[in-house]
Design a protein around this ligand. Structure first.
Ligand SMILES: [Zn+2]
Ligand SMILES: [Zn+2]
Length: 358
């Protein structure tokens, strides 16, 4: 291939360009992957909009962004031994150095020298991309590339629910998911699969698409913070015999939802924090955590590769796969990526999958 199409961020301002670029040249330990499906993540929206986070975080411009992907291996480097041309694959998007303190102490997902696909190096909104062999995740060739591309955020949902080995139980427990974005929605489906007793879902606004999806993912009660206001906490606490939930997953990045997550938490319960807050948040720590004896997990990325195996295990069940597929509300040609971005920003979409139609 002489030149390939790619979505390139070439200026430190909003928007992006679809343009022809040189295809990637792989290193000896890398593989070249032809993109079959890519999905749009919140991170991509930040990069598209070029918000403060992007201005601060993005070092390399121009860059091809995008990181959630499924594709086919078309070339392998000469030191690659476990991946073959033709393999259907997805990408663990966190490229670690394997040598820092975190990597050497079984915490690769917080590697100090981590490079992220589509953030620190060229990503997947292109016809092809390069990936280190050790970041390749082999897919069942039968799996729909759209669904295969959302395994990465599904992994985030699983990581929020099961952040480590021997974590507190989910089976038979009451759980709340605060935030009905794609990862929140997928978390509801995972919780159902793991045998949660009651699953409560909260959404900030009154978004019909996402609230309906929360219900179809299996939430017992879907509450709009906008509609419920202060009653929201009482509604959930009352529905759990006055006890509150055992587990709360904060997936919205909304300070109010964060405070609610602790108010609805039964003393001794646990919270996972996945949502990203725009600013520093005020929280009464005495009430929220100390006297509540709360366990709090910060969630970033996925455990490499435990979470991927858990995702594979979940997707092996056809009914779960079908349910998760419903989170993909739109499949559009990648040349219309601007439409996809707008669908997400206007919250008409949950997950948008881009097909390689240039
Ligand atoms: Zn992502
Ligand atoms: Zn490291």
């Amino acid at each position: 291939m002489e030149k390939m199409n790619a979505v390139v961020k070439s200026q430190r301002q909003s928007g992006a360009q679809i343009t022809k670029v040189n295809p990637p040249r792989i290193k000896e330990s890398e593989v070249l992957i032809e993109v079959q499906a890519a999905s749009i993540c919140g991170t991509d929206i930040h990069i598209w909009d070029w918000n403060e986070w992007a201005e601060h975080r993005m070092k390399r411009i121009p860059i091809i962004f995008g990181h959630e992907v499924a594709g086919k291996v078309v070339e392998i480097g000469k030191n690659v031994t476990k991946v073959q041309v033709g393999d259907r694959v997805s990408a663990e998007t966190h490229i670690v150095d394997n040598t820092c303190y975190q990597c050497r102490t079984d915490r690769k997902h917080v590697c100090k020298n981590m490079e992220i696909l589509g953030v620190d190096r060229d990503g997947v909104f292109a016809e092809q991309f390069a990936l280190p062999e050790e970041n390749v995740w082999k897919n069942d060739p039968q799996i729909d590339p759209g669904i295969a591309s959302i395994q990465e955020p599904l992994g985030n949902a699983v990581q929020a629910i099961l952040p480590k080995e021997h974590v507190e139980d989910i089976a038979g427990k009451n759980v709340a998911v605060l935030g009905a974005g794609p990862i929140g929605l997928m978390a509801i489906a995972v919780l159902r699969e793991l045998g949660a007793a009651q699953v409560f879902a909260t959404a900030g606004g009154l978004n019909k698409v996402r609230m309906d999806l929360a219900e179809s993912m299996g939430a017992d009660m879907v509450l709009s913070a906008k509609e419920e206001g202060d009653k929201l906490v009482k509604t959930i606490v009352d529905a759990t015999e006055g006890n509150g939930v055992d587990v709360a997953l904060e997936m919205s990045g909304d300070p109010n939802a964060l405070r609610q997550a602790f108010k609805i938490l039964t003393p001794g319960g646990r919270v996972s924090l996945l949502g990203i807050f725009e600013n520093a948040v005020e929280l009464d720590l005495n009430d929220a955590m100390v006297f509540r004896s709360a366990t709090v997990y910060g969630i970033t990325g996925r455990r490499i590769f435990e979470t991927w195996y858990q995702v594979r295990g979940l997707l092996a069940k056809p009914s779960f796969m079908e349910k998760i597929g419903a989170v993909i509300t739109h499949r559009i040609p990648i040349r219309d990526i601007d439409k996809g971005v707008n669908l997400i920003k206007s919250k008409q979409a949950a997950k948008v999958v881009l097909e390689p139609k240039w």
